[in-house]
Write a protein that binds this ligand. Structure first.
Ligand SMILES: Cc1cc2nc3c(=O)[nH]c(=O)nc-3n(C[C@H](O)[C@H](O)[C@H](O)COP(=O)(O)OP(=O)(O)OC[C@H]3O[C@@H](n4cnc5c(N)ncnc54)[C@H](O)[C@@H]3O)c2cc1C
Length: 322
């Protein structure tokens, strides 16, 4: 049987569709023309139907609903649903989010089905008619392009916060599949939410001034908090600053922090531009970088760059906006 088209597994938790789902649907649009021009989204869970409206967006050709015995994610149940979806749709490409859910089953699933497989993929493309997935290598120091010779189907886990969703409502047809369910492999206890914080959410603001290790010491952070207030920006930071406790974790931008989703302007001061930090800045319109090192990676994503000392630039900026 010929394989064709793209199958996406929607993710949800605690009754909410996870943002990565719409990112996967967006990513699929970049390569759909080369892979049979058909995108199917599968949703699994005892309340799966409630997510159909949120999945009904442009670029989705069909929604497959699996009303499984469990409300929340279970690796064995998910594998059973995906296996049924493979038999049903014969997809050439399966897109999953790269996260704790897929880490629980994706590699085993790919091995059992003999598919191509790659995790933490941040770019999709085609070269000479072959699917090419790009991911980091050697601790994210180099980009590695992977192809999958001889594989009929490829499973890719895509990095979250990388593919910008821009989807309009639509009305794709909905189909229900009911495979034989295995006994769940895990018992669901309860969801323990992260501690409540009344701190600002950097993923929803327009303008972020972020500081990195170049700030030097904790006592210097206040100076940049004042500058951010003067400019009307929200103060963000790189991970070492949050890890040191100089700013709350909620201010950290990056792969293991927040994604600056709605940010129009991002001023990065004393931040080198590690791939994990850049992962949180994918959706920023304009990046301004200030760094003493002209070779810092942050300049590769900056629209405007200043090679200079962040303290001197902060002083000048402060004077301009007093
Ligand atoms: C699994 C994983 C997840 C991660 N998640 C994140 C994440 O979510 N967010 C994140 O930020 N990092 C994350 N990291 C860490 C990341 O790899 C980098 O270590 C981190 O981003 C570096 O922070 P930095 O740029 O502030 O520090 P550095 O890399 O040390 O850079 C400091 C920069 O400041 C410049 N500088 C120094 N003095 C001055 C000055 N006076 N004026 C101007 N510039 C100056 C230097 O030239 C340098 O470029 C993660 C790492 C891993 C392995």
């Amino acid at each position: 049987m010929t394989v064709s088209g793209i199958l996406i597994l929607a993710e949800h938790r605690d009754g909410e569709l996870r943002p990565v789902t719409h990112e996967l649907i967006s990513a699929a649009q970049d390569v759909r023309a080369e892979i049979g021009d058909r995108v199917t989204v599968a949703i699994v869970g005892s309340q799966a139907d409630r997510f159909v409206p949120a999945l009904s967006v442009d670029g989705v050709d069909e929604i497959l609903v699996f009303a499984s015995p469990q409300a929340e994610f279970d690796a064995d149940i998910t594998e059973a649903a995906l296996s049924a979806a493979i038999s049903d749709s014969q997809p050439a490409l399966i897109l999953l989010g790269h996260g704790v859910d897929s880490m629980d089953y994706a590699a085993a699933f790919a091995t059992r089905h003999g598919t191509g497989f790659a995790t933490d993929v941040f770019k999709l493309g085609f070269d000479d008619g072959q699917l090419v997935a790009t991911r980091g290598g050697y601790g994210q120091k180099v980009n590695v392009e992977l192809d999958f010779p001889g594989k009929r189907t490829v499973v890719l886990c895509l990095r979250t916060g990388t593919f910008k969703p821009d989807l309009k409502p639509a009305s794709p047809p909905v189909r229900r599949l009911a495979p034989a369910w295995p006994a769940p492999g895990a018992r669901f206890g309860a969801l323990i939410p992260p501690p409540a914080t009344d701190d600002v959410d950097v993923s929803s603001v327009d303008f972020i001034l972020s500081v990195g290790r170049g700030v030097g010491e904790e006592g210097n952070v206040e100076r940049f908090r004042e500058l951010a207030a003067t400019l009307g920006a929200t103060l963000g930071c790189s991970r070492p600053i949050a890890d040191s406790g100089w700013l709350p974790k909620s201010r950290q931008v990056g792969q293991s922090g927040k994604t600056a989703v709605n940010c129009k302007l991002y001023i990065a001061m004393g931040i080198s531009g590690a791939i994990q930090h850049l992962a949180g800045m994918k959706h920023v319109d304009t990046v301004v970088a200030v760094n003493t090192d002209s070779n810092a990676s942050i300049f590769s994503v900056a629209k405007y760059g200043i090679v200079g000392d962040m303290f001197e630039i902060a002083e000048e900026l402060g004077k301009q906006f007093e």
